[in-house]
Structures are given as C-alpha cells and as structure tokens.
Design a protein around this ligand. Structure first.
Ligand code: NAD
Length: 470
C-alpha cells in the first residue's frame, strides 16, 4: 500500500498517529493517513510565514513559470490522481467524474498562471499620480470539503500562490489523500514552505480560523461551518472567501421539448451522485407537462449504471460516506411519508459500500426536507407549478443562492427569467457547467466572494494606493 505524508516546509512529515481511509465502494482499506494536529499546523504556518517574503518578492514572470511547471507535473500524474479520487471519494472514472476532476486541475492551473493583475493608474498629470497596486494578502489557510477534493484544493491553492501568497491547506478527513499527493507533487517544483498540508478536522480547522499568523481563510463547505468560520475569523479580522452550500432550483418553462435536454438535466442533478455544491437540487415543472417530464426523466435516470467507480461501465459511484448516504435516504423517506411518489430508486441496496440508487421523487412539495434542505446526494424532487412567476418565487424562496437554471425552447426567454433567479450563476438549458474565466460564487447564505479569473485572484490580495504629489 502506498504511504502518504503531510508536507511542511517542503519536507514529508509522518506523525505516529494515523487514521484509515476506506474505499466507499466496498469498504476496503485504501491507506493509513497521517493524522495532523494543532502543533503540526503551527509548524506549517511558521513555514508558510518564512517562505512568504521571498515568494512574494519574486518577479511575476517567475511565479507564472513555476505554476506552469506545476501544471506539467500534475498532467504527468493525472491518471494516478484520478484513481486516488475514485478510491477515496467514490466518483466514477467514466463520465464527468474523476478524470474530469484531475484534468480540470491541470486546466485551472494553466489558466490561473495566464492571468495578470497589473497596476491601475487612476491619475497621471501635472498635479501627481495615483496608482492602485494589488499586494498578496500573506499566509492563506485553506479548508476544503470531501466532494471534489482535488479540484477544490486546486481552486484554493493556485490563485494564492499565483499572486505571491503562501498557503497551508487542510483537506476534509474523508478525502485527504489526493490533496496530500497534490501538495507533494507541487513541492517538487515550488520552494519549501510555499504550499503546506496538514490533515485534521474541526480542531485543526478552528485553529486555522483563529490563528494570529494566517491572514486569510478560503473555505469551501457547508453553510453551518462557514458561519462558524466567519465568527471565528472576526477576532483577527481575516480576509474571507466562503464557498458554501446551495439548493439550486431548475425551472422547466411550459411547452419545453424535454427529450433533447434529458442528458443535460441528468448531469445537472446527478453529477458526482448529486454531491456537488452547484448541482440541480429542486426541479420545477409546469402542470401541463408534469407527468410527461417525470416519466421521461425517470426512465432516463433508471438506465444509468451505478457501481464501483473504478469499473469503466459505471457513470455514478457510491456516496462518499455513510453519514451522507443515510441523510439522503432519510430525506427520501420523509418525502414518501408526506405523500411524495418515488418514481425510480428510493430503496437502499444490500451489499457493501455507501450506495444509494439514483432517485426521482414526484409530487414533492415545498415543506419536504428533500426540497427545503440541501440533500447533497442522488435524489431529485420534482415540483409542480401553475405559473412561471409562482415557480420563480418558490425558486427564490430559500436563503441560499449558489446556482439556478431555466430550461426552455427559446433560450433568450429562458435567459431572461434566469437573470431573475437569486443566485451567483444562472444557467440556461444546462446546469453546473463551470469555466475557469467565469467568476463563481454564491449570493445570500451560499457564500462571500468569488473564485476564478481576475476577480478570483483579487481575493488573495489587498489594495494599496500609491498617491504621489508633483
Ligand atoms: P463541512 O462544512 O462539514 O466541512 C468542510 C471542511 O471544514 C472540512 O475540511 C472540515 O474538516 C472542516 N471543518 C469542520 N468543522 C470546522 C470548524 N469548526 N472550523 C473550521 N473548519 C471546520 O462540509 P462538507 O460536508 O465537507 O462539504 C459539503 C458541503 O460543502 C455542502 O454543503 C456543499 O454544498 C458545500 N460545497 C460548496 C462548494 C462551493 O463552491 N460553494 C463546493 C463544494 C462543496
């Protein structure tokens, strides 16, 4: 079995204590993972602090070159990283799964390397000059979830190091291995201390959030933990980027030809078995075509192969952990008890692994947990509406706003309605597609700040105005 280490100050660190990572598809042992601690975190922050002056003082072109070297190393190891993601997290190798995740890391790294944050001249005349500069914020603490572990680590680390910050990342204890390997690979290219990784859960996370020598936290995870991160960071006035949970609505406009959209609708709901922040989690369909859409969608969904993600015939794997599998199951059971119709799925299979079938729940109503809460799993409620305005009001009724989508024959009409959704990204005839140049983030309780492109880079900087009198 391959061994994994923390990386602190460019060195592999192997604490005596370990914890087991088991494959969610069959319960077999993937690896013993080194257990981080508050003491090791403090060492990592010290290393990042030591590395900061030299790294931030490098000419921009030197950091661009290093990031491109990182991209090349990640590309060379993409297959290995994708396998690790499937084995610790469960998503399939096939379809938009683990290979997409590993490939996305390479692409996002290259695009981040290509971005620039030039100085901005506000005034330059006989009276004087005013220039706006962006300076790296300092040492960044990154805290990541378990659903897209490699991708989200990449989204946190690359912009930070691109602008001259140094970073300590703490992956989710469910899926630490791909991040340990990512940081190990990055350290073959970068100077010691620029990127460090320490494992742990709430104790280490809380120390990061309150640490006097961390200047910024980038956190991706649940709304509940995000709120505690924000509260904890207040004492040291840390800069924050919070990418939190969502409960994205999709509205199918009346009269929509649904067959050509079924595949996109499927991946919108079920990518990574629904364990995706910006997955479609509530689908609103007009009463005039409700039964038709439910039947056609359920038929499509029932044919998708689910199983061990390492088997190339499967397009969806297990859930990552028991807690999440049980949560989804309990939401479906509650909906059923309240009168919803489970059209396909809805029964937990026997056998090993944290599997739950792809589930379509019709006659869902707004009071059901499956609608009100983020299910974060492979069960989609379909709700009936009478008027488009009513659907929009119900779509906007929750306190989260990550993504949303409108589906229709006339994409201009659909885009018009989509722009009235209260969310960070509004899709038309698709749901969940991301682009490294399109800023991504949530409104309302789905977060603060954005990732990607120049807007994302700016989150790792502070502004300095240089105002010169002549
Ligand atoms: P979580 O909030 O339980 O955990 C996220 C991370 O926070 C983990 O690394 C965990 O160890 C750490 N943590 C736990 N308690 C902490 C504390 N008190 N202080 C600091 N850190 C702490 O989330 P999860 O269950 O791992 O992830 C699923 C959630 O993440 C879903 O709600 C999903 O929508 C959200 N998510 C959002 C985005 C986005 O971009 N908006 C992306 C992916 C996932």
């Amino acid at each position: 079995m391959q061994t994994y280490s923390l990386t602190i100050d460019g060195k592999a660190v192997s604490p005596d204590q370990t914890f087991e990572i088991r494959n969610p598809a069959d319960g077999t042992l993937v690896a013993s993972c080194p257990q981080g601690s508050v003491e090791l975190l403090d060492q990592a922050v010290k290393a990042a602090r030591r590395a900061f002056p030299a790294w931030s003082a490098l000419p921009d072109a030197a950091r661009v070159a290093k990031l491109n070297e990182v991209a090349t190393v990640l590309q060379q190891h993409a297959g290995e990283l994708a396998t690790l993601v499937t084995r610790e997290q469960g998503k399939a190798q096939s379809g938009p799964g683990a290979n997409l995740e590993a490939g996305g890391c390479v692409a996002w790294t290259r695009v981040t390397a290509s971005l620039a944050l030039p100085e901005e001249t506000i005034q330059d005349d006989a009276k004087g000059s005013i220039v706006v500069r962006r300076k790296p914020v300092g040492v960044v603490g990154s805290i990541t979830p378990w659903n897209w572990p490699l991708m989200i680590a990449t989204w946190h680390i690359m912009p930070a190091v691109r602008v001259g910050c140094t970073i300590v990342i703490k992956p989710s204890p469910y899926t630490p291995l791909s991040t340990l390997r990512l940081v190990e690979l990055m350290n073959t290219v970068l100077p010691p201390g620029v990127v460090n990784v320490v494992t742990g859960d709430a104790e280490v996370g809380t120390r990061m959030v309150t640490h006097p020598d961390i200047n910024k936290i980038v956190f991706t995870g649940s709304v509940k933990t995000g709120k505690s991160v924000m509260a904890g960071a207040s004492d040291t006035l840390k800069r924050l980027t919070l990418e939190l949970g969502g409960n994205d609505a999709g509205i199918v406009l009346p009269g929509t030809a649904i067959e050509p959209l079924l595949e996109k609708l499927f991946w919108g709901c079920f990518i990574n078995g629904g364990q995706t922040c910006a997955a479609l989690k509530r689908l609103y369909v007009h009463e005039s075509q409700y039964e038709d859409v439910v039947a056609k969608f359920a038929e499509f969904v029932s044919k998708i192969p689910v199983g061990d993600g390492m088997d190339p015939k499967n397009l969806v794997g297990p859930l990552t952990n028991e807690m999440q599998r049980d949560k989804v199951g309990s939401y479906v059971d509650e909906a059923r008890a309240k009168g919803a119709r489970v059209v396909t799925g809805g029964v937990r299979p026997a056998g090993p692994g944290f599997f739950y079938p792809l589930t379509v729940v019709a006659d869902a109503t707004d009071d059901m947990l499956l609608v009100k809460e983020e299910q974060f799993g492979p069960a989609i409620p379909i709700l009936k509406y009478r008027t488009v305005e009513e659907a929009l009001t119900r779509a906007n009724s929750l306190d989260v706003g990550l993504g949303g989508s409108v589906w229709g024959n006339d994409s201009a009409e659909a885009a018009n309605l989509a722009s009235r959704l209260e969310c960070g990204t509004a899709w038309v005839n698709q749901h969940g597609g991301l682009h490294p140049m399109a800023p991504f983030g949530g409104v309302k309780s789905s977060g603060i700040g954005v990732e990607f492109n120049v807007d994302g880079l700016k989150e790792y900087t502070t502004i300095q105005v240089v105002n010169v009198a002549r």
